[in-house]
Design a protein around this ligand. Structure first.
Ligand code: ADP
Ligand code: ADP
Ligand code: MG
Length: 502
C-alpha cells in the first residue's frame, strides 16, 4: 500500500475542482494543469500548485500525456486522477503513468482497453451470461451480410461505432433502403471522432431507457455496486438529466442488474470506480450496452443517495486499500436529481452558445449541490465541452427532489449565454417525467422550443434597468423606504423568469 500525498488532476472545470476538494479533505496536496485558455479558471486558483501545459486546443494541452507526466516528476506528484473525457479512457496514458512510477487513479490499462471497445467488451463478458441486445458479434466487413443480419433481427437497427463515446458514431436505420447511407455516415463519424471506423449492428430497442449501475472494485478482487442511475433524458444520445434511484426499477430487477454489473466488472478484472450501462425496454428486460471505465459526469446522484464519496473511494483503491464497504451494508436513502447546465440553446437544437457569464448566481439551500467551474464575468471557452455546471438536488422522496430542483432552477441566475436550465425546468414539470413513464425519446416526443418562455428582450431589460435606477433615485430623494417591489426585486424577478416555462 502506498499513501498518496500529492495528486495531479489531469482535467479542468467542475470535475477538476470536485476531485481536488476531496483530495484536500484527505490531506492530499493538489496540482492543477491548465491551458492558455484557462489561466483564470477556478481549478487553477483552487489548486496548491498549477502548471500551464500548452495552448488552448486540448490536443496541445490537456491531452499532452508526456508533458503531464513531466510535470508530475518535477513537482513530486504521486498520483494522477484523469476525471472524465480527455485522457480518462486512454489505456496508453494509464500505461505511461504506471511506467513513470506514478499511480493512475483508475482501472488497469488492460481493463480500459477491453472496455474501450464495445465489441471487445461484449466478447469479454460472453462467459458470464449477461443479457445482450441482438446484433453482429464483430465489426461489419461485408455489407450484404450485415443487411441479412439486420433483416433477421428486424428493423429498426442501430449502427454503432465500436470505439464510440459521447453518443457519437451512432445511426438508427429504419429500413433496408437507408442502410448504406446510414452506414457511410456512421463510419465517417467514427473515423473522424475516434480514428477507428469499425462499426457493428445492434437491434434498436424501442421505448429504451438508459439505466446504469455504479460499481467499485478494489485491487483484491472485491467488487460491489452502488445501485442505478436513470439517464434516459438525452439529446444527441447524450444525457442531460439524471436521477437515482430510477423511478421504475423493482428491488428484484435492481438486484439482478447490480449482479450483472458486478459480473461485467469481474469479467475484465476491474478495479476503481466504473459504470456499467444497460438499455432497458418497456418490459423491464435489460441488456448490457458498455462499460465506462472512469468517474462519470452524473456520479453525484449516487453519492447523495448512498452517502459515499466516490472520489475518496477511488483514491483508497488506487492506494491498494481493500474496500471497507460491504454490499449488504449499502442502502438507498432518498432521491437525487441532476440537471446538466450546458451553455447550449434549447430553443435552437441545443447548439452550443458560448460567451461571457454576465450574470452568474448559484442557487443555495438545503438539498442543493452545485458542481461548477465558473464565476460571474468569466467566459466559457469555445475549445471544450460547453458544460457550465451540474445542478443536483436531494430529497427524501423523488417528488421532493424534483420540487427542490424547480426551486433551484428558478434561483439560478445566468445571463450572457443561453443554457439548458429552462429545458431542465420543462423536464421537471412534464407529466411523463413526473410519472416516471418516459424513455430516451423524451426530447423528440415532448419537447419543442415553443415550450420555452421567450427570452427577455435585451432592449427591454435595459429599459427596465433605467427605470429601476430612476425609481431608486426617486425613493431616495423622497427619503422613503423602497417599497416591497423595489427596483432590485424587479430586476431579480425578471432574471428568474428566464428559467420559467409558460
Ligand atoms: P457520461 O456517461 O459520464 O455522462 P458523456 O458521454 O456525457 O459521459 O461524456 C462525458 C465527457 O467525456 C464529455 O465531455 C464527452 O465529450 C467526453 N467523452 C465521452 N466519451 C469520449 C470518448 N470516447 N472520447 C473522447 N471524449 C469522450
Ligand atoms: P456511447 O459510448 O456513445 O455512450 P452507448 O452504447 O452507451 O454509447 O449508447 C448511447 C445512447 O444511445 C444510450 O444511452 C441510448 O440512449 C442509445 N442507445 C444505444 N444503444 C441502443 C440500442 N440498442 N437501442 C436503443 N437505443 C440505444
Ligand atoms: Mg454510453
Amino acid at each position: 500500500m502506498t499513501q498518496i500525498r500529492k495528486i495531479l488532476v489531469a482535467n479542468r472545470g467542475e470535475i477538476a475542482l470536485r476531485i481536488m476538494r476531496t483530495a484536500r479533505e484527505m490531506g492530499i496536496q493538489t496540482v492543477a494543469i491548465y491551458s492558455e485558455a484557462d489561466r483564470n479558471a477556478l481549478h487553477v486558483r483552487y489548486a496548491d500548485e498549477a502548471v500551464c501545459v500548452g495552448p488552448a486546443p486540448s490536443v496541445e494541452s490537456y491531452l499532452k500525456a508526456d508533458v503531464i507526466i513531466d510535470v508530475c516528476r518535477q513537482l513530486g506528484v504521486d498520483a494522477i486522477h484523469p476525471g472524465y473525457g480527455f485522457l480518462s479512457e486512454n489505456a496508453n496514458f494509464s500505461r505511461m503513468v504506471r511506467e513513470a512510477g506514478l499511480i493512475f487513479i483508475g482501472p488497469s490499462p488492460e481493463s480500459i482497453e477491453v472496455m474501450g471497445s464495445k465489441l471487445a467488451a461484449k466478447a469479454a463478458v460472453a462467459d458470464y451470461n449477461i443479457p445482450m441486445v441482438p446484433g453482429t458479434p464483430s465489426a461489419i466487413t461485408d455489407r450484404d451480410e450485415a443487411k441479412a443480419i439486420s433483416a433477421q433481427i428486424g428493423y429498426p437497427v442501430l449502427i454503432k461505432a465500436s470505439a464510440g463515446g459521447g453518443g457519437k458514431g451512432m445511426r438508427v436505420v429504419e429500413s433496408e433502403d437507408e442502410f448504406d447511407e446510414q452506414m457511410d455516415r456512421a463510419v465517417s463519424e467514427a473515423l473522424s471522432a475516434f480514428g477507428d471506423g469499425s462499426v457493428f449492428i445492434e437491434k434498436y430497442v424501442t421505448s429504451p431507457r438508459h439505466i446504469e449501475i455504479q460499481v467499485l472494485g478494489d485491487q483484491h478482487g472485491n467488487i460491489i455496486h452502488l445501485f442505478e442511475r436513470e439517464c434516459s433524458v438525452q439529446r444527441r444520445h447524450q444525457k442531460v438529466v439524471e436521477e437515482a434511484p430510477s423511478a421504475i426499477l423493482t428491488p428484484e430487477i435492481r438486484e439482478a442488474m447490480g449482479q450483472a454489473a458486478v459480473d461485467v466488472a469481474r469479467a475484465c478484472g476491474y478495479y476503481g470506480a466504473g459504470t456499467v450501462e444497460f438499455i432497458v425496454n418497456d418490459n423491464l428486460d435489460f441488456y448490457f450496452l458498455e462499460m465506462n471505465t472512469r468517474l462519470q459526469v452524473e456520479h453525484p446522484v449516487t453519492e447523495l443517495i448512498t452517502g459515499i464519496d466516490l472520489v475518496k473511494q477511488m483514491i483508497y483503491i488506487a492506494e491498494g486499500k481493500p474496500l471497507t464497504i460491504r454490499q449488504e451494508d449499502l442502502q438507498i436513502n432518498g432521491h437525487a436529481v441532476e440537471v446538466r447546465v450546458y451553455a447550449e440553446d434549447p430553443a435552437n437544437n441545443f447548439l452550443p452558445d458560448v460567451g461571457t457569464l454576465d450574470t452568474y448566481v448559484r442557487p443555495q439551500g438545503n438539498g442543493v449541490r452545485v458542481d461548477d467551474g465558473f464565476e460571474q464575468g468569466m467566459s466559457i471557452p469555445i475549445y471544450y465541452d460547453p458544460m457550465i455546471a451540474k445542478l443536483i438536488t436531494y430529497g427524501e422522496s423523488r417528488e421532493e427532489a424534483i420540487q427542490k430542483m424547480i426551486r433551484a432552477i428558478d434561483e439560478y441566475q445566468i445571463s450572457g449565454v443561453q443554457t439548458t436550465l429552462p429545458f431542465g425546468r420543462f423536464v421537471m414539470e412534464h407529466e411523463a417525467f413526473r410519472s416516471g413513464q418516459f424513455d430516451t425519446g423524451f426530447v423528440s416526443n415532448y419537447f419543442s422550443p415553443d415550450k420555452l418562455t421567450p427570452e427577455p428582450d435585451p432592449a427591454e431589460a435595459e429599459l427596465a434597468a433605467v427605470l429601476a435606477a430612476y425609481l431608486l433615485e426617486q425613493a431616495k430623494s423622497s427619503k422613503k423606504q423602497p417599497a416591497a417591489n423595489s427596483p432590485s426585486t424587479l430586476t431579480k424577478k425578471s432574471q428568474w423568469k428566464t428559467n420559467r416555462m409558460r
